[in-house]
Ligand binder design. Structure first.
Ligand code: SF4
Length: 431
């Protein structure tokens, strides 16, 4: 059955049965903590600020991960909590209040402040959600203070975005009674990508579209029983659950990577909003065709090449589906830190039942498999990339796939280019 027929037959509320083979591994992991999400989230809500309550290690991680931002007025910082015993907790709350008060006085542009928890024991002793409530009361109505955890004990890499967006859900206004159905696209996307999707939705006649996170803290989208959720990222399990708790209905679909994923993602919205087939085709066929042509050019050297995914960003399944089905790559293994079977059911069906999916990680065993398979390209975290490169394997840092706009038709060729570049570089080096 073709990909489009899968989506057409199943519609958006009934994912096909997952057929791919899944192995679970538990062992040592090599993944960033959830603080990393700040690096892309701080660009999204333009009047928000992320204050990491943490150690010098946390400050160092954020500084180095966001090194490129060093010349910009930063929208994140770290309040470093030194070693304290329990008796020092009152002081620590005072110190946090003092840091926040100073920050807000110096930066009146801040309308939404996230206190981001981390894993040092002195931070764990602090009740950040109570601190956020206390500070919010003091700063009402100018600044709203929320909290979430980016701790490496509780979160990996992209789970930081999930925790951040989930903390926003209770703040979202309720939709008006008897409101017309609206679409809420959930997950941080580049603004240019949001604008392109708005044009496509408008061409289909869907004009009540909102995004979470919004561009401004005061522009929080309304949510309720007439809200239809379309996830733009596959790692938002808690956020989706919280929005469903507010009455919203989740549409499941492949994720909008590549021409195929973008078409099927848009189709999920089209089906539920009653867009007729000819209008859907008129809105999507040309950009999809352009994207396919651009992918073919950008990814020409990738056909038949072997690719191996280490678990990192939770984007691995949609990326592997794109690599296999639109770039004709041979997917050897797809590692993913977590596998949300409902959200990823369409991706698993498109991948088929031959591909090896590994949920969780035992890094040494996975490295052994990767070395034995000698893939042409390995998608992995920063910590594994250098050793693998030193062994002669071409790598792609998975974090780049979070920084770079890759969703939608117009970005599909850039996504193919991200996979192609490490191979091109090696060819140049050989010459
Ligand atoms: Fe900070 Fe923990 Fe992340 Fe290390 S793993 S940077 S201590 S939050």
């Amino acid at each position: 059955m073709s990909a489009s027929l899968v989506a057409e037959k199943t519609g958006c509320g009934a994912p096909p049965v997952a057929a791919a083979r899944v192995i679970t591994e538990r062992g040592q992991r090599e993944v960033f903590c959830g603080l990393t999400g700040i690096v892309w989230l701080h660009r999204k809500i333009q009047d928000a600020f992320f204050l990491v309550v943490g150690s010098r290690t946390c400050a160092h991680l954020i500084q180095s991960a966001a090194g490129v931002m060093i010349f910009a007025e930063p929208r994140f910082a770290t309040a470093i909590m030194e070693e304290r015993d329990l008796a020092g907790l009152a002081d620590m709350n005072d110190e946090l209040d003092r840091v926040v008060t100073q920050l807000v006085a110096r930066r009146p542009d801040i309308k939404l402040l996230f206190l981001v928890g981390s894993c040092p024991s002195e931070v764990i002793k602090l009740d950040l959600s109570r601190a956020a409530q206390r500070l919010s009361r003091q700063m009402m109505p100018d600044v709203r203070v929320l909290s979430y955890s980016g701790s490496g004990i509780e979160t990996t890499f992209t789970e930081g975005e999930d925790a951040c967006l989930a903390s926003l859900v209770p703040e979202l206004p309720a939709e008006a009674p008897a409101a017309a159905p609206s679409l809420l696209v959930v997950g941080a996307l580049a603004e240019a990508v949001e604008d392109q999707f708005l044009v496509l939705f408008a061409a289909m006649g869907i004009d009540r579209v909102q995004f979470l996170p919004p561009r401004r803290a005061r522009a929080l989208p309304a949510v309720g029983p007439n809200t239809r959720l379309l996830l733009a990222q596959p790692f938002l399990a808690n956020t989706a659950h919280a929005l469903q708790g507010r009455g919203a209905t989740l549409l499941t679909a492949p994720f909008p990577l590549g021409a195929e994923g973008t078409t099927e993602w848009l189709r999920a919205a089209a089906v539920v909003f009653g867009v007729d087939a000819s209008r859907f085709t008129a809105a999507t066929s040309l950009p999809a065709q352009r994207a396919r042509g651009a992918i073919a050019r950008a990814g020409a050297r990738l056909a038949g090449k072997k690719i191996f995914f280490f678990p990192d960003s939770q984007l691995e399944l949609p990326l592997a589906r794109f690599a296999a089905r639109e770039m004709n790559m041979d997917v050897l293994e797809i590692g993913t830190p977590y596998l949300h079977r409902q959200h990823l059911a369409h991706e698993m069906a498109l991948l088929g039942d031959e591909v090896r999916i590994v949920e969780g990680q035992d890094v040494d065993k996975q490295l052994d498999r990767c070395r034995a398979a000698r893939p042409d390209l390995t998608v992995c975290g920063l910590g594994l990339a250098n050793p693998l490169e030193a062994e002669g394997l071409a790598t792609k840092w998975s974090i780049e796939l979070l920084f770079t706009p890759i969703q939608g038709y117009e970005q599909a060729a850039d996504l193919a280019g991200l996979f192609a570049r490490p191979l091109a570089r090696r060819e140049v080096l050989k010459v």
